[in-house]
Design a protein around this ligand. Structure first.
Ligand code: PEP
Ligand code: MN
Length: 365
């Protein structure tokens, strides 16, 4: 997969003076007091650069708290004036884009439930045309990289080059401690396909509960993600949405302080060493494949020999002997027993297949 999206590097439009980049604020704007009190507290943490707040809430069932609407944009504007923080809201319809821009919102984001629907994304991007406003695109609810990329491409096609992706985890049917499974390989692959794209990790929606936030935030940094979006509320116990996963401003401060900032790949010495080790791996893999190919050649020869002498392909005694011998060699070399068994089975199945093919081709049989 490839993409033609060319992202404007983050450092060209965003103040990156503190690491990591933190976006925080309540899941939902609930009242003027709640939003301003939260904003003023989180603004005291130097890494917090952007204030988030849900104004229109995408609820699974009707009748739940659906957000305060336009009124909340006025509070957000006041919070921006009071703190100097940039602001961001979720937009789910073209009308939301117009209203958010009317109230000076600095960055817009598309939510996970919107990104699953290309019709909705397309409609919103029509409203984005000509605005050049920065846009963050959350991953879709389902683990579908193409859908995520499609939304980013639609935003880009609307003339937006200040784009970030938000990783908020994926719905997964298996039981897991997380509200949404992180499946880190998906955002990592996104970064490979669109190299400049900053990825903000949203531990709040991945975890679903406060106790897991630290671990996932740390993991995000260790995987070289570019920032974190963490929901905070002045009084989480009374939050109207996502109460279990929001932290109070003090909790947020403690979480950020406890993060371990490890050296990134930028360190040339580390990178050289890594390169060296990777070259060695490449070489060994090449040798391993050559040996496997040679083994298969001999298997073919044995096959021909068996045909000539009318012997069965599978000889159980020989196979049992191989397993015993190779397991003993392999485990002595420090390889795991289960891994060895899987590997031997795989090689043996392929060998039998090869010999069967030769038997079928041989008309004399
Ligand atoms: C949110 O950020 O509050 C939200 C609704 O998130 P998501 O779209 O990731 O579910
Ligand atoms: Mn939320």
């Amino acid at each position: 997969m490839s993409s033609n999206v060319e992202i404007l590097p983050l450092k060209e439009w965003f103040p990156l003076d503190d690491f990591p980049l933190i976006i925080s604020g309540p899941c939902s704007a609930e009242s003027r007091e709640q939003l301003l009190a939260t904003a003023k507290e989180v603004a005291k943490i130097k890494q917090v650069k952007v204030l988030r707040a849900g104004i229109w809430k995408p609820r699974t069932r009707p009748g739940e708290f659906e957000g305060v609407g336009e009124e909340g944009l006025k509070w957000l504007f006041d919070a921006k004036r009071a703190t100097g923080l940039m602001t961001t809201v979720e937009v789910a319809e073209p009308a939301h884009v117009e209203l958010a821009l009317k109230y000076g919102v600095d960055i817009l984001w598309l939510g996970a439930r919107t990104v699953v629907n290309p019709f909705s994304v397309q409609a919103i991007t029509e409203a984005l045309k000509g605005t050049h406003v920065p846009v963050m695109v959350k991953n879709p609810v389902s683990p579908d990289l193409k859908l995520w990329m499609g939304a980013i491409e639609r935003v880009y096609n609307a003339g937006i080059t200040k784009i970030m992706a938000i990783h908020r985890g994926f719905h997964y049917f298996n039981k897991s401690p997380f509200r949404n499974a992180p499946m880190w390989e998906i955002p990592i692959e996104l970064k490979r396909i669109i190299p400049n794209i900053p990825i903000i990790v949203d531990p709040s929606h991945i975890c679903g509960r406060r106790s897991l936030l630290q671990e996932i935030s740390q993991k995000a940094l260790d995987l070289e993600m570019d920032g974190l979006m963490i929901e905070s509320h002045i009084n989480p116990a009374h939050a109207k949405t996502d109460a279990a996963q929001q932290v109070n401003p003090e909790g947020l401060k403690n979480l950020i302080e406890a993060l371990v900032i490890r050296e990134r790949l930028g360190n040339p010495e580390f990178q050289n060493k890594l390169e060296e080790l990777r070259t060695e791996i490449d070489k060994l893999d090449g040798e391993m494949l050559e040996i496997l190919a040679k083994r298969m050649e001999i298997i073919n020869e044995i096959g021909d020999y068996k045909i000539e002498n009318d012997i069965t392909i599978l000889q159980m005694k020989r196979w049992a002997g191989i397993i015993e011998d190779r397991l003993s060699i392999g485990t002595n070399l420090g390889l795991g027993k289960e891994f060895l068994l899987n590997l031997l089975k795989l090689i043996h199945t392929e060998s039998i297949k090869k010999q069967e093919e030769r038997f079928k081709k041989n008309p004399e049989r």
